[in-house]
Design a protein around this ligand. Structure first.
Ligand code: NAD
Length: 498
Protein backbone atom coordinates (compact mmCIF):
# COMPACT_ATOMS: atom_id res chain seq x y z
CA UNK A 1 0.00 0.00 0.00
CA UNK A 2 1.39 3.42 -0.98
CA UNK A 3 2.08 5.59 2.09
CA UNK A 4 1.87 9.35 1.84
CA UNK A 5 3.97 11.10 4.45
CA UNK A 6 4.93 14.76 4.79
CA UNK A 7 7.16 17.12 2.79
CA UNK A 8 9.47 18.94 5.18
CA UNK A 9 12.68 20.81 4.43
CA UNK A 10 12.40 19.98 0.72
CA UNK A 11 12.23 16.22 1.34
CA UNK A 12 9.64 13.49 1.67
CA UNK A 13 9.44 12.40 5.28
CA UNK A 14 7.56 9.30 6.45
CA UNK A 15 4.95 9.75 9.16
CA UNK A 16 5.91 8.56 12.65
CA UNK A 17 2.64 8.90 14.58
CA UNK A 18 1.35 5.43 13.77
CA UNK A 19 -1.95 7.12 12.86
CA UNK A 20 -3.14 7.25 9.27
CA UNK A 21 -6.22 7.76 7.14
CA UNK A 22 -7.34 5.89 4.02
CA UNK A 23 -7.26 7.64 0.64
CA UNK A 24 -9.95 6.18 -1.60
CA UNK A 25 -10.60 6.00 -5.30
CA UNK A 26 -14.17 7.36 -5.09
CA UNK A 27 -15.16 5.71 -8.37
CA UNK A 28 -14.39 2.19 -7.14
CA UNK A 29 -14.41 2.53 -3.37
CA UNK A 30 -10.92 0.99 -3.21
CA UNK A 31 -8.28 2.23 -0.78
CA UNK A 32 -5.40 3.37 -2.99
CA UNK A 33 -3.05 4.86 -0.38
CA UNK A 34 -2.81 5.72 3.28
CA UNK A 35 -1.88 9.17 4.47
CA UNK A 36 0.03 9.82 7.67
CA UNK A 37 -1.59 12.01 10.34
CA UNK A 38 0.99 14.28 11.93
CA UNK A 39 1.85 14.68 15.59
CA UNK A 40 2.69 18.00 17.28
CA UNK A 41 6.39 17.08 16.95
CA UNK A 42 6.09 16.59 13.18
CA UNK A 43 4.33 19.95 12.80
CA UNK A 44 7.06 21.50 14.93
CA UNK A 45 9.75 19.97 12.67
CA UNK A 46 8.11 21.71 9.70
CA UNK A 47 7.97 25.00 11.63
CA UNK A 48 11.67 24.73 12.55
CA UNK A 49 12.56 24.19 8.87
CA UNK A 50 10.36 27.13 7.90
CA UNK A 51 11.96 29.29 10.58
CA UNK A 52 15.46 28.53 9.33
CA UNK A 53 14.59 29.18 5.68
CA UNK A 54 12.35 32.24 6.00
CA UNK A 55 14.83 35.08 6.70
CA UNK A 56 16.94 34.22 3.63
CA UNK A 57 13.83 33.97 1.49
CA UNK A 58 12.46 37.28 2.76
CA UNK A 59 15.82 38.87 1.91
CA UNK A 60 15.67 37.52 -1.64
CA UNK A 61 14.62 40.47 -3.73
CA UNK A 62 11.07 40.39 -5.07
CA UNK A 63 12.10 40.00 -8.72
CA UNK A 64 13.92 36.78 -7.86
CA UNK A 65 10.96 35.56 -5.80
CA UNK A 66 8.75 36.27 -8.80
CA UNK A 67 11.01 34.23 -11.06
CA UNK A 68 10.38 31.11 -8.96
CA UNK A 69 6.68 31.52 -9.74
CA UNK A 70 7.41 32.09 -13.47
CA UNK A 71 9.20 28.75 -13.55
CA UNK A 72 6.53 27.08 -11.38
CA UNK A 73 3.78 28.19 -13.77
CA UNK A 74 5.75 26.66 -16.63
CA UNK A 75 6.17 23.40 -14.69
CA UNK A 76 2.43 23.27 -13.93
CA UNK A 77 1.68 23.66 -17.63
CA UNK A 78 4.33 21.09 -18.64
CA UNK A 79 2.97 18.52 -16.18
CA UNK A 80 -0.75 19.34 -16.44
CA UNK A 81 -1.84 15.84 -17.60
CA UNK A 82 -0.05 14.04 -14.76
CA UNK A 83 -1.25 16.56 -12.15
CA UNK A 84 -4.89 16.39 -13.27
CA UNK A 85 -4.86 12.59 -13.21
CA UNK A 86 -3.36 12.59 -9.70
CA UNK A 87 -6.07 15.00 -8.52
CA UNK A 88 -9.01 13.22 -10.17
CA UNK A 89 -7.98 9.79 -8.95
CA UNK A 90 -8.35 10.86 -5.31
CA UNK A 91 -11.12 13.47 -5.62
CA UNK A 92 -13.26 11.81 -8.27
CA UNK A 93 -13.88 14.88 -10.47
CA UNK A 94 -13.43 14.59 -14.24
CA UNK A 95 -10.01 15.21 -15.78
CA UNK A 96 -11.19 18.40 -17.54
CA UNK A 97 -12.60 19.73 -14.27
CA UNK A 98 -9.35 18.81 -12.47
CA UNK A 99 -7.41 20.83 -15.05
CA UNK A 100 -9.70 23.78 -14.27
CA UNK A 101 -8.98 23.30 -10.54
CA UNK A 102 -5.22 23.46 -11.20
CA UNK A 103 -5.47 26.33 -13.69
CA UNK A 104 -7.46 28.50 -11.26
CA UNK A 105 -4.53 28.05 -8.83
CA UNK A 106 -1.97 28.61 -11.58
CA UNK A 107 -3.65 31.95 -12.29
CA UNK A 108 -2.97 33.05 -8.71
CA UNK A 109 0.69 32.12 -9.28
CA UNK A 110 0.65 34.28 -12.44
CA UNK A 111 -0.84 37.12 -10.39
CA UNK A 112 1.93 36.97 -7.77
CA UNK A 113 4.61 37.20 -10.47
CA UNK A 114 3.69 40.87 -10.09
CA UNK A 115 4.98 40.83 -6.47
CA UNK A 116 7.66 43.50 -7.07
CA UNK A 117 4.87 45.89 -8.00
CA UNK A 118 2.23 44.49 -5.63
CA UNK A 119 4.40 44.83 -2.53
CA UNK A 120 5.53 48.42 -3.18
CA UNK A 121 4.36 50.80 -0.52
CA UNK A 122 3.55 54.42 0.26
CA UNK A 123 5.87 57.39 0.65
CA UNK A 124 5.19 60.98 1.64
CA UNK A 125 8.02 63.39 0.99
CA UNK A 126 8.07 66.36 3.34
CA UNK A 127 5.50 65.20 5.88
CA UNK A 128 7.12 67.84 8.09
CA UNK A 129 10.24 70.00 7.90
CA UNK A 130 12.92 67.63 6.56
CA UNK A 131 10.66 64.71 7.49
CA UNK A 132 9.64 61.86 5.20
CA UNK A 133 7.09 59.25 6.11
CA UNK A 134 6.80 55.84 4.49
CA UNK A 135 5.22 52.48 5.06
CA UNK A 136 6.73 49.14 4.19
CA UNK A 137 5.06 45.75 3.98
CA UNK A 138 7.04 42.97 5.62
CA UNK A 139 6.19 39.27 5.63
CA UNK A 140 4.34 37.94 8.66
CA UNK A 141 7.02 35.22 9.00
CA UNK A 142 5.48 31.77 8.97
CA UNK A 143 2.01 31.28 7.57
CA UNK A 144 -0.15 28.16 7.59
CA UNK A 145 -2.94 27.01 5.27
CA UNK A 146 -5.61 24.42 6.06
CA UNK A 147 -7.49 23.34 2.95
CA UNK A 148 -10.64 21.36 2.01
CA UNK A 149 -10.91 18.29 -0.19
CA UNK A 150 -12.91 19.88 -2.99
CA UNK A 151 -10.18 21.98 -4.68
CA UNK A 152 -6.88 20.26 -3.82
CA UNK A 153 -5.04 22.25 -6.51
CA UNK A 154 -6.59 25.71 -6.51
CA UNK A 155 -7.04 26.37 -2.79
CA UNK A 156 -3.49 25.44 -1.65
CA UNK A 157 -2.22 27.77 -4.41
CA UNK A 158 -4.66 30.55 -3.35
CA UNK A 159 -2.76 30.52 -0.07
CA UNK A 160 0.86 29.55 -0.61
CA UNK A 161 1.40 31.61 -3.77
CA UNK A 162 0.82 35.07 -2.22
CA UNK A 163 2.22 34.02 1.17
CA UNK A 164 5.51 32.84 -0.33
CA UNK A 165 5.74 35.63 -2.90
CA UNK A 166 5.51 38.10 0.02
CA UNK A 167 8.57 36.47 1.64
CA UNK A 168 6.89 34.16 4.15
CA UNK A 169 7.62 30.51 4.77
CA UNK A 170 4.51 28.34 4.63
CA UNK A 171 3.09 25.18 6.20
CA UNK A 172 0.28 23.58 4.19
CA UNK A 173 -2.09 21.14 5.90
CA UNK A 174 -4.12 19.74 3.00
CA UNK A 175 -7.28 17.68 3.21
CA UNK A 176 -6.55 14.10 4.18
CA UNK A 177 -8.99 12.94 1.47
CA UNK A 178 -6.78 13.95 -1.51
CA UNK A 179 -3.26 14.74 -0.29
CA UNK A 180 -1.13 13.63 -3.27
CA UNK A 181 -1.43 16.73 -5.46
CA UNK A 182 -0.51 19.24 -2.71
CA UNK A 183 2.74 17.33 -2.07
CA UNK A 184 3.50 17.22 -5.80
CA UNK A 185 2.97 21.00 -5.96
CA UNK A 186 5.54 21.45 -3.19
CA UNK A 187 8.03 19.27 -5.12
CA UNK A 188 7.49 21.38 -8.23
CA UNK A 189 8.06 24.59 -6.23
CA UNK A 190 11.49 23.20 -5.23
CA UNK A 191 12.16 22.31 -8.88
CA UNK A 192 11.21 25.88 -9.77
CA UNK A 193 13.97 27.19 -7.48
CA UNK A 194 12.28 27.68 -4.09
CA UNK A 195 14.75 27.08 -1.25
CA UNK A 196 14.01 23.97 0.85
CA UNK A 197 12.02 24.72 3.98
CA UNK A 198 10.06 27.66 2.57
CA UNK A 199 7.11 25.43 1.65
CA UNK A 200 6.35 22.42 3.84
CA UNK A 201 3.39 20.07 3.64
CA UNK A 202 2.22 18.40 6.83
CA UNK A 203 -0.59 15.90 6.46
CA UNK A 204 -3.06 15.34 9.21
CA UNK A 205 -6.48 15.80 10.76
CA UNK A 206 -7.75 17.76 13.77
CA UNK A 207 -4.52 16.99 15.64
CA UNK A 208 -2.37 18.76 13.03
CA UNK A 209 -4.84 21.67 12.86
CA UNK A 210 -4.71 22.11 16.64
CA UNK A 211 -0.89 21.97 16.53
CA UNK A 212 -0.96 24.82 13.96
CA UNK A 213 -3.37 26.87 16.07
CA UNK A 214 -1.22 26.40 19.18
CA UNK A 215 2.23 26.89 17.64
CA UNK A 216 3.70 30.20 18.82
CA UNK A 217 5.87 30.67 15.70
CA UNK A 218 3.00 30.62 13.20
CA UNK A 219 1.79 34.19 12.66
CA UNK A 220 -1.07 33.82 10.19
CA UNK A 221 -3.61 31.09 9.42
CA UNK A 222 -5.72 30.76 6.30
CA UNK A 223 -8.53 28.22 6.33
CA UNK A 224 -11.06 27.04 3.76
CA UNK A 225 -13.60 24.32 4.56
CA UNK A 226 -16.95 23.86 6.27
CA UNK A 227 -18.45 26.59 8.50
CA UNK A 228 -18.23 24.81 11.88
CA UNK A 229 -14.49 24.20 11.38
CA UNK A 230 -13.97 27.70 9.95
CA UNK A 231 -15.48 29.15 13.16
CA UNK A 232 -13.32 26.84 15.27
CA UNK A 233 -10.09 27.73 13.44
CA UNK A 234 -10.88 31.46 13.48
CA UNK A 235 -11.58 31.40 17.23
CA UNK A 236 -8.48 29.32 18.01
CA UNK A 237 -6.09 31.26 15.80
CA UNK A 238 -7.21 34.71 16.94
CA UNK A 239 -7.32 33.68 20.62
CA UNK A 240 -3.64 32.77 20.21
CA UNK A 241 -2.83 36.16 18.68
CA UNK A 242 -2.56 35.05 15.05
CA UNK A 243 -4.20 36.80 12.17
CA UNK A 244 -6.76 34.58 10.48
CA UNK A 245 -8.97 34.42 7.40
CA UNK A 246 -11.42 31.50 7.49
CA UNK A 247 -13.85 30.65 4.73
CA UNK A 248 -16.81 28.35 5.26
CA UNK A 249 -19.77 26.71 3.57
CA UNK A 250 -22.40 28.07 1.23
CA UNK A 251 -25.92 27.86 -0.12
CA UNK A 252 -25.83 29.81 -3.36
CA UNK A 253 -29.10 30.98 -4.92
CA UNK A 254 -29.84 31.88 -8.51
CA UNK A 255 -32.79 34.18 -9.08
CA UNK A 256 -34.48 33.80 -12.43
CA UNK A 257 -36.57 36.84 -13.33
CA UNK A 258 -39.60 36.51 -15.65
CA UNK A 259 -37.70 38.35 -18.42
CA UNK A 260 -34.63 36.06 -18.27
CA UNK A 261 -33.55 33.94 -21.22
CA UNK A 262 -34.78 30.63 -19.79
CA UNK A 263 -32.60 28.43 -22.00
CA UNK A 264 -29.53 30.28 -20.81
CA UNK A 265 -30.71 30.09 -17.21
CA UNK A 266 -31.44 26.35 -17.43
CA UNK A 267 -28.01 25.64 -18.96
CA UNK A 268 -26.36 27.74 -16.28
CA UNK A 269 -28.22 25.88 -13.53
CA UNK A 270 -27.22 22.49 -14.89
CA UNK A 271 -23.51 23.37 -15.05
CA UNK A 272 -23.41 25.29 -11.77
CA UNK A 273 -25.67 22.88 -9.87
CA UNK A 274 -24.28 19.53 -10.95
CA UNK A 275 -20.68 20.20 -12.12
CA UNK A 276 -18.15 18.45 -9.87
CA UNK A 277 -21.13 16.57 -8.35
CA UNK A 278 -22.19 19.81 -6.63
CA UNK A 279 -19.05 19.69 -4.45
CA UNK A 280 -18.13 23.32 -5.03
CA UNK A 281 -18.52 26.13 -2.52
CA UNK A 282 -19.76 28.24 -5.43
CA UNK A 283 -22.19 25.61 -6.77
CA UNK A 284 -25.73 26.87 -7.27
CA UNK A 285 -27.90 24.75 -5.00
CA UNK A 286 -31.09 26.86 -4.96
CA UNK A 287 -32.95 28.14 -8.03
CA UNK A 288 -35.53 30.86 -7.36
CA UNK A 289 -37.80 31.43 -10.37
CA UNK A 290 -39.97 34.54 -10.00
CA UNK A 291 -43.64 33.91 -10.84
CA UNK A 292 -45.53 30.65 -11.46
CA UNK A 293 -45.11 30.82 -15.23
CA UNK A 294 -41.33 31.24 -14.98
CA UNK A 295 -41.19 28.36 -12.49
CA UNK A 296 -43.28 25.99 -14.60
CA UNK A 297 -41.31 26.70 -17.77
CA UNK A 298 -38.00 26.35 -15.95
CA UNK A 299 -38.91 23.00 -14.39
CA UNK A 300 -40.08 21.77 -17.81
CA UNK A 301 -36.65 22.61 -19.25
CA UNK A 302 -34.63 21.30 -16.30
CA UNK A 303 -36.23 17.86 -15.86
CA UNK A 304 -34.98 16.27 -19.12
CA UNK A 305 -31.59 17.93 -18.70
CA UNK A 306 -31.11 16.48 -15.20
CA UNK A 307 -32.34 13.07 -16.39
CA UNK A 308 -29.76 13.09 -19.19
CA UNK A 309 -26.75 13.94 -17.03
CA UNK A 310 -23.93 11.51 -17.63
CA UNK A 311 -22.22 10.32 -14.47
CA UNK A 312 -19.02 8.30 -14.60
CA UNK A 313 -15.53 7.70 -13.29
CA UNK A 314 -13.01 10.54 -13.67
CA UNK A 315 -11.50 9.05 -16.80
CA UNK A 316 -14.82 8.84 -18.70
CA UNK A 317 -14.25 11.71 -21.11
CA UNK A 318 -17.98 12.11 -21.71
CA UNK A 319 -18.97 12.23 -18.03
CA UNK A 320 -20.58 15.46 -16.79
CA UNK A 321 -19.54 14.66 -13.24
CA UNK A 322 -18.07 11.88 -11.14
CA UNK A 323 -18.72 10.28 -7.77
CA UNK A 324 -18.78 12.21 -4.50
CA UNK A 325 -15.67 12.04 -2.36
CA UNK A 326 -16.39 9.39 0.28
CA UNK A 327 -18.93 6.81 1.36
CA UNK A 328 -19.84 9.10 4.31
CA UNK A 329 -20.50 12.00 1.90
CA UNK A 330 -22.70 9.71 -0.24
CA UNK A 331 -24.65 8.47 2.80
CA UNK A 332 -25.09 12.04 4.09
CA UNK A 333 -26.36 13.33 0.73
CA UNK A 334 -28.77 10.42 0.24
CA UNK A 335 -30.05 10.99 3.80
CA UNK A 336 -30.72 14.67 3.07
CA UNK A 337 -32.61 13.77 -0.10
CA UNK A 338 -34.80 11.34 1.91
CA UNK A 339 -35.36 14.14 4.43
CA UNK A 340 -36.46 16.52 1.66
CA UNK A 341 -39.06 13.98 0.52
CA UNK A 342 -40.28 13.53 4.11
CA UNK A 343 -40.51 17.30 4.53
CA UNK A 344 -42.85 17.48 1.54
CA UNK A 345 -40.63 18.84 -1.21
CA UNK A 346 -41.41 17.36 -4.64
CA UNK A 347 -38.51 15.22 -5.93
CA UNK A 348 -39.12 15.62 -9.66
CA UNK A 349 -35.89 13.83 -10.65
CA UNK A 350 -34.76 11.10 -8.28
CA UNK A 351 -31.11 10.06 -8.65
CA UNK A 352 -30.93 8.07 -5.43
CA UNK A 353 -30.94 4.68 -7.11
CA UNK A 354 -28.13 5.46 -9.57
CA UNK A 355 -25.74 2.54 -10.19
CA UNK A 356 -22.92 2.23 -12.69
CA UNK A 357 -22.02 -1.17 -14.07
CA UNK A 358 -18.48 -2.14 -13.07
CA UNK A 359 -18.41 0.59 -10.41
CA UNK A 360 -20.99 -0.77 -7.99
CA UNK A 361 -18.89 0.20 -4.96
CA UNK A 362 -18.24 3.75 -6.18
CA UNK A 363 -19.69 6.73 -4.30
CA UNK A 364 -22.07 7.84 -7.03
CA UNK A 365 -25.22 9.91 -6.53
CA UNK A 366 -27.47 10.56 -9.52
CA UNK A 367 -28.60 14.11 -10.29
CA UNK A 368 -31.64 15.10 -8.19
CA UNK A 369 -34.09 17.97 -8.69
CA UNK A 370 -36.49 19.18 -6.02
CA UNK A 371 -39.44 21.49 -6.71
CA UNK A 372 -41.63 23.30 -4.16
CA UNK A 373 -38.87 23.59 -1.57
CA UNK A 374 -39.64 26.06 1.23
CA UNK A 375 -37.27 27.99 3.54
CA UNK A 376 -38.25 26.03 6.66
CA UNK A 377 -37.00 22.71 5.19
CA UNK A 378 -33.66 21.14 6.17
CA UNK A 379 -32.73 20.68 2.50
CA UNK A 380 -33.00 24.48 2.12
CA UNK A 381 -31.13 25.39 5.30
CA UNK A 382 -28.31 22.83 4.98
CA UNK A 383 -25.41 22.81 2.53
CA UNK A 384 -25.98 19.44 0.80
CA UNK A 385 -22.69 19.51 -1.19
CA UNK A 386 -23.99 16.98 -3.71
CA UNK A 387 -25.69 16.89 -7.13
CA UNK A 388 -29.01 18.20 -5.81
CA UNK A 389 -30.76 21.37 -6.98
CA UNK A 390 -33.71 22.79 -5.02
CA UNK A 391 -36.29 25.04 -6.65
CA UNK A 392 -37.93 27.58 -4.33
CA UNK A 393 -40.78 29.42 -6.03
CA UNK A 394 -41.09 33.16 -5.34
CA UNK A 395 -44.08 35.25 -6.35
CA UNK A 396 -42.18 38.49 -6.91
CA UNK A 397 -38.73 40.08 -6.99
CA UNK A 398 -38.80 41.27 -3.34
CA UNK A 399 -39.66 37.79 -2.09
CA UNK A 400 -36.89 36.28 -4.26
CA UNK A 401 -34.35 38.83 -3.00
CA UNK A 402 -35.30 38.15 0.63
CA UNK A 403 -34.39 34.43 0.37
CA UNK A 404 -30.59 34.72 -0.03
CA UNK A 405 -30.68 37.86 2.15
CA UNK A 406 -32.13 35.87 5.07
CA UNK A 407 -30.02 32.75 4.53
CA UNK A 408 -27.28 31.96 7.01
CA UNK A 409 -24.65 31.72 4.28
CA UNK A 410 -23.44 34.51 2.00
CA UNK A 411 -20.86 33.11 -0.38
CA UNK A 412 -22.21 33.55 -3.93
CA UNK A 413 -25.47 34.51 -5.63
CA UNK A 414 -26.65 35.12 -9.16
CA UNK A 415 -29.50 36.86 -10.97
CA UNK A 416 -30.69 36.08 -14.50
CA UNK A 417 -32.54 38.98 -16.09
CA UNK A 418 -32.57 41.29 -19.10
CA UNK A 419 -33.49 44.24 -16.88
CA UNK A 420 -30.44 46.35 -15.99
CA UNK A 421 -32.39 48.22 -13.34
CA UNK A 422 -33.34 44.97 -11.52
CA UNK A 423 -29.75 43.71 -11.77
CA UNK A 424 -28.41 47.00 -10.40
CA UNK A 425 -30.85 47.02 -7.50
CA UNK A 426 -29.99 43.39 -6.75
CA UNK A 427 -26.19 43.86 -6.76
CA UNK A 428 -26.54 46.92 -4.53
CA UNK A 429 -28.88 45.45 -1.89
CA UNK A 430 -27.79 41.83 -1.61
CA UNK A 431 -25.73 40.90 1.50
CA UNK A 432 -23.53 38.32 -0.22
CA UNK A 433 -19.84 38.48 -1.13
CA UNK A 434 -19.77 37.38 -4.78
CA UNK A 435 -22.56 38.32 -7.16
CA UNK A 436 -23.20 37.17 -10.74
CA UNK A 437 -25.37 38.99 -13.25
CA UNK A 438 -26.29 36.43 -15.91
CA UNK A 439 -23.20 34.54 -14.69
CA UNK A 440 -23.97 31.43 -12.62
CA UNK A 441 -20.70 30.93 -10.71
CA UNK A 442 -19.21 34.38 -10.16
CA UNK A 443 -15.77 33.24 -8.98
CA UNK A 444 -13.54 36.32 -9.21
CA UNK A 445 -10.31 36.05 -11.18
CA UNK A 446 -6.93 35.93 -9.43
CA UNK A 447 -6.36 39.70 -9.54
CA UNK A 448 -9.70 40.37 -7.80
CA UNK A 449 -10.42 38.79 -4.45
CA UNK A 450 -12.53 35.80 -3.37
CA UNK A 451 -14.63 35.73 -0.23
CA UNK A 452 -18.16 35.45 1.06
CA UNK A 453 -20.11 37.23 3.79
CA UNK A 454 -22.09 36.06 6.84
CA UNK A 455 -21.39 32.43 7.90
CA UNK A 456 -19.32 31.87 4.74
CA UNK A 457 -16.36 33.88 5.98
CA UNK A 458 -14.67 34.89 9.24
CA UNK A 459 -12.04 37.61 9.22
CA UNK A 460 -11.82 40.61 6.93
CA UNK A 461 -9.31 40.04 4.13
CA UNK A 462 -10.23 37.83 1.18
CA UNK A 463 -8.26 35.23 -0.76
CA UNK A 464 -5.99 36.39 -3.63
CA UNK A 465 -6.10 39.82 -5.28
CA UNK A 466 -4.49 42.71 -3.40
CA UNK A 467 -6.23 41.55 -0.19
CA UNK A 468 -3.89 38.57 -0.10
CA UNK A 469 -0.82 40.81 -0.18
CA UNK A 470 -2.23 42.67 2.83
CA UNK A 471 -3.07 39.45 4.66
CA UNK A 472 0.39 37.93 4.28
CA UNK A 473 2.32 41.09 5.18
CA UNK A 474 2.44 43.47 8.12
CA UNK A 475 2.66 47.22 7.67
CA UNK A 476 5.50 49.13 9.25
CA UNK A 477 5.35 52.93 9.03
CA UNK A 478 8.57 54.89 9.35
CA UNK A 479 8.92 58.60 10.09
CA UNK A 480 12.41 59.75 9.20
CA UNK A 481 14.48 62.91 9.52
CA UNK A 482 18.13 63.18 8.44
CA UNK A 483 20.75 65.65 9.62
CA UNK A 484 22.68 67.41 6.85
CA UNK A 485 25.38 65.02 5.45
CA UNK A 486 27.97 64.41 2.74
CA UNK A 487 26.82 65.70 -0.68
CA UNK A 488 29.70 64.64 -3.01
CA UNK A 489 30.58 61.40 -4.79
CA UNK A 490 28.83 59.55 -7.61
CA UNK A 491 28.24 56.10 -9.24
CA UNK A 492 28.71 56.02 -13.03
CA UNK A 493 27.73 52.51 -14.22
CA UNK A 494 24.08 51.52 -14.50
CA UNK A 495 23.02 49.16 -11.71
CA UNK A 496 21.05 46.08 -12.84
CA UNK A 497 19.30 43.17 -11.16
CA UNK A 498 21.13 40.31 -12.97
P1 NAD B 1 -13.90 20.30 6.30
O1 NAD B 1 -14.28 21.46 7.12
O2 NAD B 1 -14.36 18.94 6.72
O3 NAD B 1 -12.29 20.19 6.22
C1 NAD B 1 -11.50 21.29 5.92
C2 NAD B 1 -10.16 21.14 6.61
O4 NAD B 1 -10.36 21.13 8.03
C3 NAD B 1 -9.42 19.85 6.27
O5 NAD B 1 -8.06 20.13 6.09
C4 NAD B 1 -9.68 18.97 7.48
O6 NAD B 1 -8.61 18.08 7.73
C5 NAD B 1 -9.80 19.97 8.61
N1 NAD B 1 -10.71 19.50 9.66
C6 NAD B 1 -11.78 18.67 9.52
N2 NAD B 1 -12.39 18.46 10.71
C7 NAD B 1 -11.69 19.17 11.63
C8 NAD B 1 -11.83 19.37 13.04
N3 NAD B 1 -12.81 18.79 13.72
N4 NAD B 1 -10.95 20.19 13.65
C9 NAD B 1 -9.96 20.79 12.96
N5 NAD B 1 -9.77 20.62 11.63
C10 NAD B 1 -10.63 19.83 10.97
O7 NAD B 1 -14.33 20.61 4.81
P2 NAD B 1 -14.30 19.67 3.52
O8 NAD B 1 -15.36 18.63 3.64
O9 NAD B 1 -12.92 19.21 3.24
O10 NAD B 1 -14.69 20.72 2.38
C11 NAD B 1 -16.01 21.04 2.04
C12 NAD B 1 -16.47 22.31 2.69
O11 NAD B 1 -15.59 23.37 2.36
C13 NAD B 1 -17.84 22.77 2.22
O12 NAD B 1 -18.56 23.26 3.34
C14 NAD B 1 -17.53 23.90 1.25
O13 NAD B 1 -18.56 24.84 1.08
C15 NAD B 1 -16.35 24.50 1.90
N6 NAD B 1 -15.57 25.29 0.97
C16 NAD B 1 -15.61 26.65 1.10
C17 NAD B 1 -14.91 27.45 0.21
C18 NAD B 1 -14.93 28.94 0.35
O14 NAD B 1 -14.09 29.59 -0.26
N7 NAD B 1 -15.83 29.52 1.11
C19 NAD B 1 -14.18 26.86 -0.82
C20 NAD B 1 -14.16 25.46 -0.91
C21 NAD B 1 -14.85 24.69 -0.01
Amino acid sequence: MREIGHFIGGKHVAGTSGRSSNVFNPATGEVQAIVALATDAELDAAVQNAKAAQPGWANTNPQRRARVFMKFVQLLNDNMGELAEMLSKEHGKTIEDAKGDIIRGLEVCEFVIGIPHLSKSEFTEGAGPGIDMYSIRQPVGIGAGITPFNFPGMIPMWMFAPAIACGNAFILKPSERDPSLPIRLAELMIEAGLPAGVLNVVNGDKGAVDAILNHPDIGAVSFVGSTPIARYVYAGATANGKRAQCFGGAKNHMIIMPDADLDQAANALIGAGYGSAGERCMAISVAVPVGEETANKLIEKLVPMVEKLRIGPYNDEKADFGPVVTKEAQTRILGLIDRGVEEGAKLVVDGRGFKLQGYENGYFVGGCLFDNVTPDMDIYKTEIFGPVLSVVRASNYEEALSLPMKHEYGNGVSIYTRDGDAARDFTSRINIGMVGVNVPIPVPLAYHSFGGWKASSFGDLNQHGTDSIKFWTRTKTVTSRWPSGIKDGAEFSIPTMK
